[in-house]
Design a protein around this ligand. Structure first.
Ligand SMILES: [Zn+2]
Ligand SMILES: [Zn+2]
Length: 306
């Protein structure tokens, strides 16, 4: 894979930015008060891309979005020119759960969310691939492929499904090798489903990639490429971290103010294999002002004007 020897320097990133379309940047925003409210929150934060949950991420209960709510959301999003839209999966979904009832609930919820994401016009759907617990990981991979294929079939039309790397080494997402195996299984189990990867900086750092070192970002890109092909990576979650590299802990922090820091985040965002991907931040929610500080920090890192 091409390295990032040149791309990290501010002048190189500035030159590159001048010849490219502005990079798509945004936040995960709340849908409290209804989907259309999320567009207002994204606009207030100067987003050009955004991410939402399509229901309560910590409860199994769901509600159907009315056609009026969806039409208003789509109209406002179009007017605000926000693209891509990613939907992040509910945290309870575990497609490789060995417990039968959790597995069945996961399939039902996943089908509901994929279908809702398609109805609201999302291009991307981000899923943590789950954990097989004490069972062998290979079995977890097969089970996850079966769950996802079943849910996609029930949902009908689906956005591109992105499997996200995760912080914990115990789950499938803690290893690119397992993520790659799941992509491979899905190619036969769900041939019509478009499958990609989302890379989260905080999760990669927690899983042992020390992004402060460019050679480690090269290693990350090489591992993702060997597992699934680097062109499968469609989205970056840019989050700083509160914990040391290799901690296995997933605690997001403000851009440039955590253990990854500006240099580490720049190394990742400006790597030549990743430097055109949309960027979504999932930094701790404090206020629109703090979000704007995070956005401006990312703009500075990638050499784009405010
Ligand atoms: Zn993430
Ligand atoms: Zn996280």
């Amino acid at each position: 894979m091409p390295g990032n020897a040149e791309s990290g320097s501010p002048s190189a990133t500035r030159r590159a930015a001048e010849t490219r379309r502005p990079r798509r940047l945004g936040f995960h925003v709340s849908i409290a008060g209804g989907l259309p409210k999320a567009v207002g929150r994204a606009v207030e934060r100067e987003c050009s891309a955004f991410q939402v949950f399509c229901g309560n991420p910590r409860a199994w209960a769901t509600r159907r979005r009315t056609p009026d709510e969806i039409a208003a959301f789509r109209r406002e999003r179009r007017d605000a020119d926000l693209s891509p839209l990613a939907v992040h999966a509910c945290y309870l979904i575990n497609p490789c759960a060995s417990d039968r009832s959790v597995f069945d609930r996961s399939v039902t919820r996943l089908a509901h969310e994929l279908s809702t994401a398609a109805r609201i016009g999302a291009e991307l759907y981000v899923l943590h691939p789950g954990s097989a617990g004490d069972r062998p990981p290979a079995r977890g991979v097969r089970r996850a492929a079966r769950a996802i294929a079943r849910a996609a079939e029930r949902a009908g039309r689906c956005p591109c499904l992105l499997l996200e790397d995760t912080a914990s080494l115990r789950g499938l997402g803690g290893s690119f090798k397992r993520l790659g195996e799941l992509v491979g299984e899905l190619e036969s189990a769900a041939p019509h489903l478009n499958v990609g990867l989302a890379l989260d900086s905080c999760h990669a750092f927690a899983a042992g990639y020390d992004l402060r070192d460019r050679a480690e970002v090269d290693r990350l890109v090489e591992d993702a490429d060997a597992a699934a092909g680097i062109s499968r990576v469609r989205l970056i979650h840019a989050n700083d971290s509160r914990d040391p590299c290799g901690s296995g802990r997933d605690r997001h922090w403000h851009i440039g103010r955590g253990t990854i820091g500006e240099k580490g985040l720049r190394n990742l965002l400006c790597h030549t294999a990743l430097d055109e991907l949309p960027v979504i931040m999932e930094t701790p929610w404090e206020s629109a002002e703090v979000d704007l500080e995070n956005l401006n920090a990312v703009r500075r890192l990638i050499g784009e004007p405010r």
